[in-house]
Design a protein around this ligand. Structure first.
Ligand code: GUN
Ligand code: ZN
Length: 475
């Protein structure tokens, strides 16, 4: 039998043995004892049937219950729930790494001319293969994605997700101004095409549909009203958009919606802010806007790779997570605004943003008030970081009933990380592994995970599993 080959018994049960690390709660609630929010089973067994977790626990205790089942033993890896990306652009896969402009100019120069091409089914289908290959190579098993204003791109996106068995959220992307004439879509066409797509895809297999007004600068009141009408007719759908990403964009949104006191008010005015609403970025949201997001149950998706690549600014993690107005927070790569697919790299940049925020908070050299509690919340230790990439992302996106950890009944999507790959082939990291093939303690496992997020990337993703089946193995 080939190394790591999966064995599924005739009963359709798959058993995976290895070192498992997941979360049961939000580590920000456990300051300086974050490990209490996590669960580490050094020698564990995950039992999967029909893509769903049937049993999970220590190998010694569980294996007698499954005496005749073959077991796939994943050694020298830490197994985490699959990463959840709350904000990514499917049709930007071919313009990843476009040089030198900030958001609004970058959209006009590189993005809209490329996204127009996705009305062509062959062009879009080719890109979809590459898009999902790259996601899986980065350990991402679920994403909430933007498509284009052509329904073809949404159809192609869901077709490829279905081929891979992946749970995804996506929808036709609405924009009726601020783009070339052959790219915009009228609110009426947006409404009727969205309705058709919702009826075709929403909750079919693992597909979930997001009503998607691209951003306030590109959406008139009529487009926002079309979204509101769809949400009223299909209240179970998600809503996906951008908010307060870049200062010039924020100023332009204010000009376009003079009756709104701030950016968030645009969504409140149309009754969109609420559960299952996610806005990417939120770099320039005020405390009051965070408060309204929190109260409404709406989510923000933090996209540090993009915020740094496009020079948009530093997201205020500690403010967003203030217990007085804690927003639901997911992480996104925002590819192609973000210059990689990898959520491991997103964690690295998120960590750096938190560190820089604390420099900005240093009251000894600037006027900003030093708030010790906020400074503490800005620190992205490995528990907080990997929580955001897994259970936290699932909670922010209202997916935690089916995803986010290894609880029985959830969907079996997971990733096996190699701490001894890429830049990390270091004796220091290996020295943390004090037992035969996995770290002995939860804190050692967390330190290895920190090494992976600080220095790692796709090279540390050895295997990615979807629905209890291996969908990617590093070559
Ligand atoms: N705002 C509106 N469209 C986009 C986009 O494609 N990328 C990013 N980063 N921000 C946007
Ligand atoms: Zn985006």
């Amino acid at each position: 039998m080939e190394k790591n080959q999966i064995e599924t018994s005739q009963s359709g049960i798959t058993c995976i043995r290895g070192a498992f690390f997941d979360f049961l709660d939000d580590p920000w609630k456990y300051i300086e004892r974050e490990h209490e929010s996590a669960r580490y089973i050094r020698d564990g067994l995950l039992v999967v049937e029909g893509g769903i977790i049937k049993d999970f626990g220590s190998f010694d205790k569980l294996s007698p219950k499954y005496p005749d089942q073959p077991v796939t033993h994943i050694k020298n890896r830490i197994i985490l729930p699959g990463f959840i990306d709350g904000h990514i652009h499917f049709p930007q896969v071919r313009v990843l790494g476009a040089y030198g402009k900030q958001l609004l100019d970058w959209l006009q120069m590189w993005i809209f001319p490329e996204e127009i091409k996705y009305a062509n089914r062959d062009y879009a289908s080719e890109a979809a293969k590459r898009f999902f290959d790259d996601l899986l190579a980065g350990g991402t098993t679920t994403c909430q994605a933007f498509t284009t204003s052509s329904p073809v791109s949404t159809e192609v996106f869901f077709a490829e997700a279905e081929r891979r068995g992946m749970r995804t959220i996506a929808g036709l992307t609405g924009i009726d101004r601020f783009a070339p004439p052959d790219y915009v879509i009228t609110p009426d066409d947006f409404y009727s095409e969205s309705k058709r797509l919702i009826e075709t895809y929403h909750r079919k297999g693992r597909h979930l549909y997001a009503i998607t007004p691209r951003f306030a600068v590109g959406c008139t009141d009529a487009m926002m009203e079309a979204c509101a009408k769809l949400k009223k007719e299909f209240p179970d759908c998600w809503i996906n958009t951008h908010i307060s990403e870049n200062p010039t964009e924020v100023r332009q949104a204010k000009q376009e919606f003079p009756d709104c006191t701030d950016y968030t008010a645009v969504h409140e005015k149309h009754g969109l802010l609420g559960p299952k609403f996610t806005a990417g970025h939120g770099v320039w949201l005020s405390n009051d806007e965070f408060r309204r997001f929190a109260k409404a149950g709406a989510g923000v998706c933090f996209c540090p790779l993009s915020n740094l690549f496009l020079g948009s600014g530093l997201f205020r993690i500690g403010r967003a997570l203030d217990p007085d107005h804690r927003v639901r927070l997911s992480l996104g790569c925002d590819m192609g605004g973000g210059n990689a697919f990898s959520l491991i790299r997103v964690l690295e940049e998120a960590y750096k943003v938190g560190m820089c925020n604390n420099t900005m908070l240093d009251g000894s050299v600037n006027e900003r008030e030093h708030d010790a509690a906020e400074a503490e919340r800005n620190k992205l230790n490995p528990y907080r970081a990997f929580y955001l990439a897994t259970l936290g992302g699932a909670q922010a996106l209202y997916l935690d009933d089916v995803l986010g950890n290894f609880n029985v009944g959830k969907e079996a999507d997971f990733v096996a990380l190699d701490w001894n790959a890429g830049q990390l082939a270091l004796d220091w990291h290996q020295s943390l592994v004090t037992t035969e093939s996995a770290p002995a303690t939860i804190d050692q496992a967390a330190m290895l995970l920190f090494g992976i997020m600080a220095c790692g990337d796709d090279r540390n993703v050895d295997e990615t599993w979807i629905n209890g089946k291996r969908a990617y193995k590093k070559g």
